[in-house]
Structures are given as C-alpha cells and as structure tokens.
Design a protein around this ligand. Structure first.
Ligand SMILES: [Ca+2]
Ligand SMILES: [Ca+2]
Ligand SMILES: [Ca+2]
Length: 182
C-alpha cells in the first residue's frame, strides 16, 4: 500500500504528465511535453536532440502502457497510474529500477548541454516544460543540490527521486523534486 506521501507525489506526477489535462495519460500528452521541451530548449524537429528526446518519450510511453494500462484502452487513468507505481516501488528490485529509469529520463530531458548535471537553468526549464509553477524553482533547486555546488548530480538526483517515490518523512528534500510539494 502506498503511504500518504506516495499517493500525494504520484498524484502530482500524474497531473504533470497529463499535459492536456483531460484526466488520462496517453500519447497526446507525451507529444505535448515533447513540443514544450523542444521549444524551450530550441530543438528543431529534425535535430539529433529532438529525435533522441522523441525516442526517450516513445519508449517511456510504451513502458507505461505495457505496465499500467490494465483495461487496455490505450490510456492510463489516475488509478492505473497509482496502482502501477505502488506495485513497482513495493519490491527492492522494482524500486531500484524505477529510480534509475526515472533518473535517466530526467537527465535525458533536463541536461541540455549533456555534462551529466542539471544546472539551475536546466532545472527551471524542465519545470516549465512540465507546466509546474516556477515560483518555487529556486528553493527546490537548493534543496536538491545537497552539496551546494550549484548543480544537481546524478547521485543527488537519484537520492531525491528515491525519497519522492518512497519516503514517509515529509521533511526529506526529495519531496521538492518538482518544486514545492503539492
Ligand atoms: Ca491527457
Ligand atoms: Ca487504461
Ligand atoms: Ca550538487
């Protein structure tokens, strides 16, 4: 069973991913996110960066459908989404895979100059592309940048994602992964 913070965080994640806000996640939402990212990062549709992003989105969407779309209608509703994540993080193996693939996805999207870190700008752009209110971006960044060197490393990111997915301590900085907690 998901704890209250998990339910909150996965609910927030669902809302972010439901880019067109029609109450379900399907490929239209991914296309919209792809549009936003490529516009914000100035990636023309034929560029290598765009195609890489698109591929990342396609494989992420396929994985989501395969695992979460229980009634096989081609969309993922909030309950399917929560059940899937609930089950996924319930085992150590599933949890480890979930954290790693989520980290790869975020770095894949957010790390525009591909130095392996998220800069403050990268992070702010990522939130904007996910349609998250940006007011708390600075505060959130400071929490996620645990060693205070001005960038979020893969290690800092995986720690934060792990907390976002499973922590029952409301004070853990990982709850700020996508800005101020809902
Ligand atoms: Ca949608
Ligand atoms: Ca479904
Ligand atoms: Ca850092």
């Amino acid at each position: 069973m998901a704890n209250a913070l998990q339910t909150r965080n996965f609910g927030a994640l669902f809302k972010m991913m439901d880019a067109n806000r029609d109450g379900v996640i399907d490929w239209n939402d991914y296309e919209l996110m792809l549009d936003r990212f490529s516009t914000l990062f100035s990636l023309p549709p034929s560029s290598e960066g765009y195609l890489a992003l698109k591929q990342l989105m396609e494989s992420d969407f396929q994985a989501l459908l395969t695992n979460a779309d229980k009634n096989l209608d081609g969309t993922v509703d909030p309950k399917e989404f929560l059940d899937y994540h609930d089950k996924m993080v319930a085992t150590e193996e599933g949890y480890r895979i979930a954290v790693q693939s989520f980290a790869d996805l975020i770095i894949g999207f957010g790390d525009a100059d591909q130095d392996g870190f998220l800069s403050k700008d990268d992070y702010a752009i990522m939130l904007r592309a996910l349609n998250v209110d940006n007011a708390s971006a600075g505060q959130a960044f400071a929490k996620l940048d645990a060693n205070g060197d001005g960038k979020i490393s893969a290690q800092e990111l995986t720690t934060a994602i792990g907390q976002y997915m499973r922590s029952s301590n409301v004070d853990d900085p990982g709850h700020w992964l996508f800005g101020a907690p809902a």
